[in-house]
Design a protein around this ligand. Structure first.
Ligand SMILES: N[C@@H](CCC(=O)N[C@@H](CS)C(=O)NCC(=O)O)C(=O)O
Length: 244
């Protein structure tokens, strides 16, 4: 028999969860999965339970956590409806698992294979080329014990370059047609690609960018505001996910 993914040290709310269970913290990576779950709840009545992790106390590096995610980072999704329970690490993989699991009408994805692939392109783009850079800006300008100007500038410039890529896509600079969302035909459709990207980009001010630096990205700023209006988005970044 395969060893259990749970041990005596696993918190009871994780170990006793019956259905989908999310281990998260209210950071941009956590928020991406939180928002998708809230959207799926609104669209289909999906249910899940949540354990809030405090990454400041390094719960995510403990042995019980590493059994669920050897990478020791939030968020992690556990599907206890599978036998044995199935664990998913990495936000984008968790989101793709969730749409397969629950989004029967492709409300947050696409039926058409080319549009579906566009959604993957933009999801991967942010996962590989956005989040890591903006994360390093936050690290080198906030957390690092010494301020290394080269590192701060390098990651700031790279993040701004990536914002510029999103701006090209949304402005329709090379297609002649403005878009409302990153993936999909025509003006696009709100999808996993937007949900993956938005929690990071909406935090541009917190990351330390000025209004002046954001001036070249008017379509991106409108996209931030458009998505912020969604009730499930507000719920997905809201008080339910703040450790009391
Ligand atoms: N590539 C991972 C990144 C996850 C990640 O970096 N999570 C951060 C919080 S936003 C974390 O757990 N940091 C704590 C640590 O590094 O120990 C994903 O997309 O899920």
């Amino acid at each position: 028999m395969a060893p259990s993914i749970y041990t005596d040290e696993t918190p009871d709310d994780v170990k006793n969860a019956k259905g989908l269970h999310l281990l998260t913290m209210n950071t941009p990576n956590g928020q991406a999965v939180q928002i998708l779950l809230e959207e799926l709840k609104e669209a289909y009545g999906l249910e899940w339970t949540t354990t809030l992790i405090n990454i400041m106390t390094n719960d995510q590096k403990k042995d019980w956590f590493l059994r669920l995610d050897p990478n020791g980072r939030i968020p992690v999704l556990v599907d206890n409806t599978a036998n044995p329970p199935f664990t998913v690490m990495e936000t984008s993989a968790e989101m793709l698992y969730l749409v397969k699991f629950a989004d029967k009408n492709d409300t947050f994805g696409f039926k058409d294979e080319k549009e579906r692939n566009q959604c993957l392109q933009w999801t991967f783009f942010w996962h590989g080329s956005g989040a890591p850079y903006q994360g390093q800006v936050n690290h080198f300008s906030g957390a690092a014990p010494e301020k290394i100007e080269y590192a701060i500038n390098r990651f700031k410039n790279e993040t701004l370059r990536v914002y510029g890529v999103l701006e090209i896509q949304l402005s329709g600079k090379y297609t002649g047609e403005e878009r409302e969302y990153l993936a999909g035909n025509g003006k696009g459709k709100y999808s996993v690609a937007d949900i993956k990207t938005w929690p990071w980009v909406k935090g541009w001010e917190r990351t330390g960018f000025s209004e002046e630096e954001m001036k070249p990205f008017p379509h991106l700023k409108k996209w931030i505001a458009r998505i912020a209006e969604r009730p499930a988005v507000q719920k997905g970044i809201g008080d339910d996910y703040v450790q009391k």
